[in-house]
Design a protein around this ligand. Structure first.
Ligand SMILES: [Zn+2]
Ligand SMILES: [Zn+2]
Length: 344
């Protein structure tokens, strides 16, 4: 590969926010720019959204990050260099998106049965592969998406995880018409727009007293909002839980009808407390969603060309990544937090 396409005078040093050990804040470092392998592309990062999973990694709740690590798995960037085996699908200057799923083996039981998100040998961006909290990042060409031209990079970035996980979790509810959502943050605000477009109703459960989240849900079109322990006026067909709180699982089981499903969409959740079998009985189900397949990404990105999704974002410069993470931890971000690399 070559860097011939980089701007003249470009130095091969980049700024990155780096996790050296879980529990510590990210450190601003000057790093050597990554070099792309034969199947990889090098991106100049334009925006990278901040996901709750990043918090779980930084707080040590997910066990196997590479260290030191550049987090970030909702990356939008422009291609500045290509490995020698990169297909003609991608040209220098193209804008692409990089999601959490960064590599799969392609040959295990899960990969050959359409469930590559469960691949035992999968590797993940911003976890086992350096991610987008940096000026440059590399990605395997097979795991990046061309992205719609109409939206800005900051607006698109949250679609690459919050949007995709939201989409996959919505699909897991089948044809549910009345859907409860617990935790009204980045994923919820996107999935609400998709669900309304499909003619479904959204019931938003927020933290007691979180007036801002409630107003936000109403503005987006939720037909009902309430606290997590409140009962909506009608039984729901399904519930999706985005908040990492295990006690929401029995709470959700109590508001869905027979045959309904509770979808747990996070990668980490506190323990689920014991609950009476009676609230699960009646063929209710509890299931989790584990990351995404590339097919989810293609379907979702095609869908958003047809639905005018509006992402609500709060942007931060790269060097303020710790501020963005702290605000997300406290539930103070309306919509999605995004690092905007085009802002200094
Ligand atoms: Zn994520
Ligand atoms: Zn596999």
């Amino acid at each position: 590969m070559s860097y011939l396409n980089l701007p003249i005078g470009e130095k091969f040093i980049m700024k990155a926010m780096v996790l050296k050990s879980p529990g510590a804040p990210l450190e601003l470092q000057d790093r050597a720019m990554p070099v792309c392998g034969p199947e990889e592309i090098l991106l100049q990062v334009q925006a990278c959204a901040v996901c709750r999973t990043d918090l779980h990694i930084i707080d040590g709740e997910l066990p196997q990050p590479k260290l030191p690590l550049i987090p970030g798995h909702e990356i939008v960037g422009a291609i500045v260099a290509r490995g020698e085996r990169v297909s003609g699908r991608f040209a220098i200057g193209d804008r692409v998106g990089v999601p959490w799923l960064g590599y799969t083996c392609g040959s295990c039981h899960y990969c050959v049965t359409g469930r590559e998100n469960l691949c035992d040998a999968a590797r993940f961006t911003g976890y086992q592969i350096d991610g987008g909290y940096a000026e440059y990042a590399v990605a395997n060409q097979g795991f990046v998406f061309p992205i719609p031209a109409a939206m800005g990079s900051v607006e698109i970035a949250p679609l690459l995880c919050a949007g995709l996980i939201g989409y996959r979790s919505l699909r897991m509810t089948g044809d549910a018409g009345r859907i409860g959502i617990y935790g009204f943050g980045a994923a919820a605000h996107i999935v609400t727009q998709v669900a309304l477009h499909e003619g479904r109703e959204i019931y938003a459960f927020t933290r007691r007293g979180d007036v801002q989240a409630r107003d936000f849900a109403r503005q987006l079109g939720a037909v009902w909002t309430g606290a997590a322990d409140e009962k909506p006026p009608l039984q729901l067909d399904a519930a999706i839980i985005y908040a990492p709180a295990g006690e929401l699982v029995p709470a959700a089981l109590r508001v869905i009808r027979k045959g309904g499903v509770v979808v747990c969409a996070g990668i980490h959740m506190s323990d689920i407390p014991a609950f009476p079998y009676a609230i699960l009985w009646g063929e209710r189900q509890i299931r989790s969603v584990a990351n995404l397949t590339r097919r989810d990404g293609e379907e979702f990105l095609a869908l958003i060309e047809r639905i005018p999704i509006r992402t609500e974002t709060e942007s931060f410069p790269l060097v303020h990544a710790n501020v963005a993470l702290a605000k997300l931890r406290c539930g103070e971000v309306r919509g999605a937090a995004v690092l905007d690399l085009q802002r200094s």
